[in-house]
Design a protein around this ligand. Structure first.
Ligand SMILES: [Zn+2]
Length: 413
């Protein structure tokens, strides 16, 4: 055996197991002891889990913490970024994106989806930078690039052309932002265009949906209807979904039924939306978080993401998926055991479903993709959000982090 990991705790059964890895695959999981492999790791009771996902991020702008977003709104953030991206240096883009990805990897992320702005200012420049980053990380992280028409498409044929060009030049997934259009009619047109592009390239769709407090915007319903019409069930993801928090009950129930039939994946960007929504409200103040508990209880696949880190859109973040899951659990009232479990699974099994990864999980026969977390349960993983001590991809150890805490003897125990 190439590698053996002993005394690891399975996250779903809480059993201590020994894992044998050979040729990049998990060969055996047993309670019996294994002959130590060429590399023998004692997990000492740590949780062994499959690696994390970052399902919604913007690699073209992490750590661009400069001009201050005074209003704290999405509108001002987009305006600031429009000025910044105009003459964005691509070497700088690659360097900052690399930093974000290395952080992400250290927290156990092996699959990553990034949007990249496609518009008359960016043209395909930012895509070029992000494609270079993807290439740089080939064999380390799987990065999917989403062509993102930040300022809309319905009345902008030049952006539609750029979107097709983006799909020819390194983008994998078709993005969108229907609520940036003039009205719901134009939102429907944008969704129609996105499907035309996606079908041409047999690509998945992943959109920014209803990132506003205004209940007028219900483009999630249009997206679900189109998904069913085009037989794209399970291949479409809706990020944000903030206006859902402002819909009345009847509207929510009606759209929820369509989302379920369309098997739309929802990604909550709780971190950014908690700070960027609600600025226009007098009390009571909406916070722009989709109804996570209701969605999960209804069987909708919900993942969580960072979206941004330390930039004009969002000043905080650390790339740890458990931080995003923890915040989602807070904002979404995920506090009963089944919902806590769902929160833990959001950046793991749920996101795996969004990405369509089949051979995912700690099982014999699967690729040896795994993370060791220095906790003993899902609730403690969410609560403490520890740095993994080990991150493995296909049997190769990519990151090891040593944790050492030493109390002075005078500190009581
Ligand atoms: Zn986003």
């Amino acid at each position: 055996m190439d590698i053996t990991i002993s005394h690891a705790m399975m996250d779903n059964t809480a059993e201590l197991v020994n894992i044998g890895i050979d040729g990049g695959k998990i060969i055996e999981i047993t309670k019996d002891s294994l002959t130590p492999g060429n590399t023998a790791i004692d997990a000492q009771g740590q949780l062994v889990i499959p690696p994390f996902f970052e399902p919604h991020f913007h690699l073209d702008n992490p750590y661009l913490w400069g001009e201050v977003n005074q209003s704290g709104t999405l509108r001002e953030a987009i305006e600031i970024y429009a000025r910044v991206k105009k003459d964005r240096d691509l070497n700088d883009l690659v360097q900052r994106a690399t930093e974000a990805l290395r952080e992400s990897l250290s927290y156990g992320v092996l699959w990553f989806r990034t949007h990249v702005d496609i518009d008359p200012i960016a043209q395909l420049r930012l895509l070029k930078g992000v494609a270079a980053v993807k290439e740089k990380f080939a064999g380390v992280m799987d990065i999917s690039v989403i062509a993102f028409p930040q300022i809309g498409m319905a009345r902008k044929p030049e952006i539609v052309d750029l979107m097709y060009a983006a799909m020819e030049n390194g983008a994998d997934i078709v993005g969108g932002i229907p609520h940036i259009e003039r009205d719901m009619e134009d939102a429907a047109r944008q969704i129609e265009i996105a499907f035309e592009i996606a079908k041409k390239y047999n690509a998945d769709i992943d959109m920014h949906v209803d990132e506003t407090d205004d209940p007028y915007w219900q483009s999630l319903e249009l997206l679900a209807e189109k998904t069913i019409q085009e037989n794209y069930q399970g291949r479409v993801t809706a990020g944000h979904c903030c206006s859902m928090a402002a819909w009345d009950e009847k509207t929510f129930e009606r759209i929820l039924a369509k989302v379920k039939t369309a098997r739309i994946n929802i990604t909550t960007n709780t971190l950014t939306n908690l700070v960027i929504q609600g600025h226009g409200d007098k009390p009571p103040i909406r916070r722009g978080i989709p109804r996570l508990a209701d969605l999960i209880n209804a069987g909708v696949n919900v993942a969580c993401a960072h979206d941004d880190v330390k930039n004009m859109f969002y000043p905080f973040g650390n790339m740890n998926p458990l931080f995003a899951a923890n915040l989602a659990a807070h904002a979404g009232h995920l506090t009963t055991p089944n919902l806590i479990r769902a929160a833990f699974e959001m950046p793991l099994y749920h996101a795996a479903q969004t990405f369509g990864i089949q051979d995912y999980g700690i099982s014999a026969g699967n690729p040896a993709n795994l993370v060791l977390l220095p906790v003993q349960s899902d609730i403690d993983a969410l609560r403490i959000q520890p740095v993994p001590t080990l991150v493995m991809r296909q049997g190769k150890i990519l990151v090891q982090t040593e944790l050492r805490r030493a109390f002075d003897p005078s500190v009581p125990n």
